[in-house]
Write a protein that binds this ligand. Sequence first.
Ligand SMILES: Nc1nc2c(ncn2[C@@H]2O[C@H](COP(=O)(O)OP(=O)(O)O)[C@@H](O)[C@H]2O)c(=O)[nH]1
Ligand SMILES: [Mg+2]
Ligand SMILES: [Zn+2]
Length: 375
Amino acid sequence: MDNEHNNLTMEDLGYGEFFEAGRQHCGFGGFAVARVIAEYKELYRVKNLKGEYSAKITGKQMFHAASRQDYPATGDWVAITELNDEQAVIEGILPRKTMIKRKASGKNEVQIIATNIDVAFAVQAVDADYSLNRFERYFAIANDGGVLPAIILNKTDLISKEELDSKIIQIKDRFGDIDVIAASTINDAGMDALKKYIASPPAGRASPSGGGKTYCFLGSSGVGKSSLINKLIGKEAIKTNDISARTDRGKHTTTGREMYFLQNGSIVIDNPGMREVGMADAGAGIDDIFGQITGLAKGCKYGDCTHTQEPGCRVLAAVESGELDGEKYRNYLGLKKEAEFYAMNDVQKRKKDRQFGKFIKRTKEQLKKSDRQSH
Ligand SMILES: Nc1nc2c(ncn2[C@@H]2O[C@H](COP(=O)(O)OP(=O)(O)O)[C@@H](O)[C@H]2O)c(=O)[nH]1
Ligand SMILES: [Mg+2]
Ligand SMILES: [Zn+2]
C-alpha cells in the first residue's frame, strides 16, 4: 500500500483539526500520533506516515482505565512513543469524534466496536432473518455515537426484482431519509453505487480536512460484510464465512475489527458481527438453527465435537447430504464464534493484563537502558 501511496498524508488516514486540537489539549504535543488500524488480543496495530507498529498501552494507562472505553479501539488516534521500526507504546488516546459502541451481554460494560467513524452501514441480507426492526437498533447504535447511518441490503440476487422493490418501499416508508444501497456480491448489483457513495459521502459528513472518511459495517454474521469489503478493496483481503473456513479454524487472531484503506482514499472497517443485535431479534430463526444442530449433534462420534472438522461428525454429514441447509450451518458457525469471543473476554482480559504488565516492565527497562546509553 505504501508504494501505491507515496504521498500519503495524515488526512488520508483520517486525521484533521479535531484530533490535532485534542492532541494539544491533552498535552500530547510532544508525541507522534498514529491511528489504530487493528485490535488483536494482546496488542494493537497502529499506523502513521512513518509506517506501521505493533503497540501496547502503558501500565499507567492500564492502572487508570476504569472501563473498556479507556482502552484503545480500532479507529482511535493515539499518541505513541516509538521503540523501534516495528514497536511502539501507546501513551494515550486522543479525544474521539464519534464512537460505535454497545452494551456487552448481561453486563454493564460497554464495548467499543470502532471509533472516529463517519458513516455506519447497517447491513442485512434480504433472505433469512430480515427485519426492519433490526435496522432501528443499528440506527440507535449509530445515532448514539454521533455516526450517520446508511443501509445496505445485501444478497439481492436471492430475491426477485418485485420483492426487492417492495422491501425498498417499506424502508422508505419507515426510514424515509436514510440512504439505501441494494447490493449483491454475487452479481455485483449496487457495487458501483456503493463505491460512489463511499467516494463521496453525504453532505455534512466530509471531514474538515476533506481527507479520508471512515466507514464501518454493522450486521449479523453471515450477511456479507466481509464479502462487500473485499469487493471494495478489489481482492480477497478478508476471509469470509465460507463453508471451507472450517478447515482452518483457529487461525483467526484478530477481533476482526480491522481497517482497510481503499484506492479512492476512503477507509473501511470490518466488524465480526453484532451478536447481541443479531441474536436478540432473530428469535425463533436462530433458536431453530441451534435446536436442529443440537439434535443432530447427539449423533456425533465425539461428545465435545465442534462440528467443524471432526471425523464422524453428524452435523457435517448433514450439511454434505443437504439435510442441513449450508446457509443455516454458516450462520450457526458465525454466531457460535461470536458467542465464544465474548464469553472469553473476562478470563482473557485478566491474562492479557498480566502479559501487558510484563511487557511494560520490559519496555521501561529497555527505555532506561537506551537512555543511559545516550548519555
Ligand atoms: N447469495 C449471496 N451470498 C452472499 C452475498 N454476499 C456474501 N454472500 C455469502 O454469505 C456468506 C457470508 O459472507 P461474509 O462476507 O463472510 O459475511 P459476514 O459474516 O457478514 O462478514 C458467504 O458464504 C458469502 O459467500 C451475496 O450478495 N449473495
Ligand atoms: Mg466477516
Ligand atoms: Zn459434530
